[in-house]
Ligand binder design. Structure first.
Ligand SMILES: NC(=O)c1ccc[n+]([C@@H]2O[C@H](COP(=O)([O-])OP(=O)(O)OC[C@H]3O[C@@H](n4cnc5c(N)ncnc54)[C@H](O)[C@@H]3O)[C@@H](O)[C@H]2O)c1
Length: 349
């Protein structure tokens, strides 16, 4: 196993489990990520930049080669854009190792983020396998290990059905690209202890993320639900012929998108003066009549094409690289240079 304990984040309070079988935040010295795809590589970058030796587990070394290539590209972009120094990037890169052996993941990690494909059977296999291995490795006792899922729509209660220590599970829901977007929804599942939840939130801050507390397990959490409402209406307006997809995109980016770095829907309510309106302010938010059959059919037919709206499907990766650079610049402008690393450097969050 690579990495040294001295290089990892330091002490603070926060425990999980009973006094004799407790996990404290300083026990989280090495982390793991299961699944090295779109989300997994970026989640690994966050932890590695914060000083955690990080192992990424996936099914094949071919996939993991791609994971490492994505890690390198992400770190290079951060250096080019001044988000981290060359030394920080090199050290972070050296902290990330890969494995196709679930046992190595279990033995290496004090905190594991499951980011495998969104299929219940695969997630159950990973959680169940880890549970069995922890038992075999004697790691169901202190200091134990916390395992969280990045699922978008599945329920932790289903995913962790074969994982004995439900108090040590939870949900951290990142947004693509997870090494750039600051916010992460953090939710409890049934059984998640208060201490596990606290450790999850604190780890998010230590990895330069902003934890968004969700009070209960909810498929789609809250941000995807809001995004879905916008997407649903955008599709309907397009299908009704109100505007082209390009013009709807232009409208969103140049108005609500422009404002959103500053305020969301509640802030908008305050600043727009809506709260002063004497009459029913919700009049324009009453449910619309159902879309016509014709509109539904148009939406279904377009979705069935499985074709991007604006980009060449063979050049999506190039477009994503352009987007990532833009996002990094925005992150810097809006939030400043992220401060990764041990709490001692910046007051334990
Ligand atoms: N892509 C997004 O925008 C996004 C955003 C938030 C959350 N998520 C969630 O994150 C998770 C991962 O999504 P993604 O977009 O990275 O998917 P992906 O398909 O890009 O990557 C999934 C990885 O899991 C691996 N995998 C599949 N079965 C496995 C198994 N049994 N054991 C180990 N590894 C296995 C695959 O080889 C692949 O590398 C999903 O639960 C998804 O819902 C995705």
């Amino acid at each position: 196993m690579k990495g040294s304990r001295a290089a990892t984040p330091g002490a603070a309070s926060g425990t999980v489990g009973s006094e004799e079988h407790s996990v404290q935040i300083e026990d989280i010295r090495r982390v793991g990520v299961a699944g090295g795809g779109t989300m997994g590589f970026g989640i690994a970058v966050n932890f590695a930049l914060a000083g955690y030796p990080t192992v990424v587990y996936d099914l094949t070394y071919e996939v993991l080669e791609r994971t490492l290539a994505n890690v390198r590209a992400a770190l290079e972009l951060f250096v080019e854009e001044g988000l981290v120094t060359r030394q920080q990037a090199d050290e972070a890169g050296a902290r990330i190792t890969t494995t196709t052996d679930l046992e190595r993941l279990a033995a290496h990690s004090d905190f594991i983020t499951e980011a495998t494909v969104e299929r219940l059977a695969d997630k159950q296999e990973v959680f169940g396998g880890l549970g069995r291995l922890f038992g075999a490795l004697g790691r169901l006792c202190a200091p134990g290990c916390i395992v969280v899922s990045n699922t978008s729509r599945l329920q932790l209660s289903d995913i962790a059905v074969h994982f004995e220590h439900k108090d040590r599970t939870g949900l951290t829901h990142y947004f693509v690209p997870p090494h750039i977007v600051p916010g992460v929804e953090v939710a409890k599942g049934p059984g998640t202890s208060d201490q596990t939840y606290e450790i999850m939130c604190r780890l998010m801050r230590r990895t330069a993320r902003i934890p968004i507390p969700i009070r209960r397990e909810l498929p789609g959490y809250l941000i995807n639900r809001l995004t879905a409402a916008l997407s649903r209406e955008a599709l309907r307006l397009w299908a009704e012929g109100v505007a082209t997809a390009e013009d709807i995109e232009l409208g969103v980016k140049s108005t609500i998108g422009f404002r959103m770095p500053f305020h969301g829907p509640f802030g908008h309510y305050d600043f727009s003066g809506t709260w002063r309106w004497p009459d029913d302010p919700a009049a324009d938010r009453r449910p619309l009549p159902e879309p016509s059959e014709e509109v539904r059919a148009k939406i279904q037919a377009r979705m069935a094409e499985h074709r991007p709206w604006f980009h060449d499907p063979d050049r999506i990766a190039e477009a994503a690289a352009v987007r990532d650079r833009e996002f990094v610049r925005r992150r810097k402008a809006l939030y400043g240079i992220p401060r990764y690393g041990p709490p001692a450097a910046r007051n334990d969050p």
